[in-house]
Each structure stands twice: as C-alpha cells, then as structure tokens.
Design a protein around this ligand. Sequence first.
Ligand code: SAH
Length: 244
Amino acid sequence: MSAPKRFLTENIIDYPACAEVALEGEQFNHAKNVLRLSVGAEITLLDGSGREYSAIIAACGKRDMTAHITGYVVGDKEPKTDVRLLCGALKGDKTELVVQKATELGISSVGVFNSKYCSAYLTPSKCERLNKVAREATKQCMRSVAPKVEIFERFEAALASAEGYQNKLFACEFENSSQADMRALRGSTCLVVGSEGGFAEEEYALAREKYGFAGVTLGKRILRAETAAIAMCAIVLFSLGELQ
Ligand code: SAH
C-alpha cells in the first residue's frame, strides 16, 4: 500500500487538545476532486511545526472535510542546517523551477529579488504561486515543513535578510576565484544567485563590503541562472552533509 497522502494545514495544530482538523480550499479540492479521497481514508497532516500527524477522514462536505487525528511523529527528513536561497527573479516559469528543486534539495527559505539587470516582474500573486510550488514540492519529497518564499523589490533588502547566517555566499559570474571553501561548510548558510542578466559590479561590491558576503565561482563556464541556483543549493547542502 502506498504511503498516506500528505496535506499542509493553514495553522499549527493544537493536538491533543484539538483532534479534529478541517481541510478547505486548495487542500480540500486536492483531496476530494484530484485524489478522490473519502470518509475512512488515512492521510498525513503537516502543520509546518515539523510534526507529521496521522489522521482519518471523518466527514466530507461540499466545501470541506474533517480529519480526525490519531497520533503524530516528528518528521525525520528536514535538513538539520538552515540554508537560505536568495535568487534573482527569472523569466517565464523558471523561478518556479528553482523553488521546486531548491525545496527538494532541502532549502529552508527562499527570497526572490529584483536587481539592476533583472527583467522579470515580481507581484504578490507570483509570490503566492511560488509558495504553492514550495508546498507541493514539500509534500512530494516527504518533507514536513514547506520553505517560505518572499519577494524583495530592492536587492539590498534581500541582502539584509541574510543577517545572522554563519556563511554568506555570493555566486558571481565575473569572479575568478572563490573567497570561501564550499567543500568544507559548517553552519547556517545564505546563498545569492543572480537572474539571467547577472549582477552589476556595484551589487557585488555592496554584498561583500556592507553585508559580508564571500564571492564564489562555479568555474569557467557561465551557467544559466536556474542551473546556477540549483547547482549552488546542491553543492552547499552536500557540503553540509544533507545529501549523503
Ligand atoms: N548574463 C550574465 C550571466 C548571468 S548567469 C553574463 O552574460 O555574464 C546568472 C547567474 O548565475 C549569475 O548572476 C551568477 O549568480 C550565476 N552564475 C552563472 N555562472 C556562474 C559561474 N561560472 N560562477 C558563479 N556564478 C555563476
């Protein structure tokens, strides 16, 4: 039998005080109309706390379902180290691709920024769409916490959101040598990767001088922005011991 289908709840579940949870909107639609689940089906509920609740569908209406929780375990697939990705807004659905792959690889949060040579638009509905992609990827790869995706209209605000991270790495296409050793990382890490247009010299200087980023190169070839973002996530999570 395949594993019970996974659903993310809007709010933290106050279990055992409350053992009944309503599934509504996107989650209800997915359960009822896509997966055709009905009363008696076993499901797993994820509330973003790291707990994975076992539940049974107890009632099913036209707009919502009620699930009855029978117990929980703490998910064991979340990365131990906080890795944040700051990525330039990409054209078409490329940012969605990056958010999906970064989630599977184990990123904890994503910031999508606008910068000087960026030509994609950022809107609140795009942000909502990216969060939905992160939630879908979380369920699919069996994580228990969906990374939160935020958007930054100003590049500097994105850089400032890296405050407190132990390692700050800036993938720079015009840098010849790395100022940090990505083979031996320890501790929380924030990554910056540019959009199709790449970075301006002054953006790289600002990141290093004011925000303490170390420039890193991915070698002599110029990678597409989405390749660079996914490669950086894979390299860093491997180095931190999360992909072994
Ligand atoms: N338009 C630019 C390339 C942008 S590539 C040009 O023609 O030079 C998009 C982003 O991917 C870059 O901003 C950088 O963050 C990352 N990237 C691509 N290749 C890289 C490399 N060899 N080293 C470091 N970062 C790289």
